[in-house]
Design a protein around this ligand. Structure first.
Ligand code: ADP
Length: 260
């Protein structure tokens, strides 16, 4: 608490009492801490690939460039690290835009068409990992929404399902129409998420397993972006998961975005 006080005087200027005002600053302190943690996380995440780029460049300049096999190996690593850096910067920009509540470009969009587009991008990855990727649609799936943003949401969720499911697993995407709503879900037979972690995975940079997430190319920002975008669409998101069995991420969208 932060306390401020002021005397209360009568019309002769004599003290009658004191007013104490208590400001609850716990919420402010918490927000300030979240902001500080975020800056520390961003700095750390940026520093790691830059340090590695610098190290490899120095070694190349010191003579390693004369040995073609070593040079190629180092350049490949540097290329991968730059990609990571680029992805991280893109995710940070996307998150910042989403947090500022930028204007959505609303149109009637078919969620089924968007999912088909996403599958074109992600099917090769599923095949490479030996994961059976299936898609089932029930009813009409037209909603009012921003197609580009919704595509980003689906890419993130389906990509996660593929990342956190071992080879030989299954990923099932469903779209289902009901009275006023369209429900999207993606279920995987992957590693699952502990109950106490589920509420945290939407936090910026929160990862259950940092190493695993990095190896799969994750920035730890995907679900934070997803949550903002879904909420911007007045949609809802639920997660059901069991460790060792798999996870289901469900999104519920209203067909009409503006009127209700
Ligand atoms: P990342 O880039 O690390 O995947 P996300 O924000 O997309 O970042 O997800 C945050 C964390 O939530 C992940 O690091 C992972 O631990 C967990 N997670 C997300 N999706 C799944 C899933 N389908 N199965 C298991 N864990 C998941």
């Amino acid at each position: 608490f932060d306390v401020s006080s002021a005397p209360v005087l009568n019309n002769l200027g004599k003290l009658r009492g004191i007013v104490l005002v208590f400001h609850d600053i716990t919420e402010l302190k918490k927000l300030e801490q979240i902001r500080k943690d975020f800056v520390a996380n961003v700095s750390h995440e940026l520093k790691t690939p830059v340090t590695s780029l610098k190290g490899f460049a120095e070694t190349l300049l010191d003579g390693a460039a004369d040995q073609p096999d070593i040079r190629d190996k180092f350049l490949t690593i540097m290329w991968k690290e730059s990609e990571r850096l680029q992805l991280l910067i893109q995710d940070l920009l996307d998150l910042s835009k989403a947090e500022q509540g930028y204007a959505l470009e609303l149109q009637e969009v078919s969620l089924a068409t968007i999912v088909e587009e996403v599958l074109l991008i992600l099917e090769p990855k599923a095949e490479e990992k030996g994961i059976a990727l299936k898609f089932a649609v029930e009813g009409a799936t037209t909603v009012e929404g921003d197609g580009q943003r919704l595509k980003q949401v689906f890419i993130n969720l389906i990509n996660n399902a593929l990342n956190y499911t071992p080879a030989g697993g299954r990923v099932l995407i469903r779209l289902k129409e009901s009275a006023e709503k369209v429900t999207f879900s993606v279920s995987d037979t992957g590693i699952g998420i502990k109950k106490e972690e589920i509420s945290r995975i939407f936090e910026r940079f929160y990862r259950v397993d940092k190493g695993r997430s990095r190896n799969s190319g994750g920035t730890g920002l995907g679900l934070a972006i997803v949550k903002h975008l879904v909420e911007a669409h007045h949609g809802r998101i639920h997660v059901k998961s069991k460790v060792g069995e798999g996870s289901t991420f469900t999104l519920v969208f209203r067909k009409k975005f503006t009127n209700n």
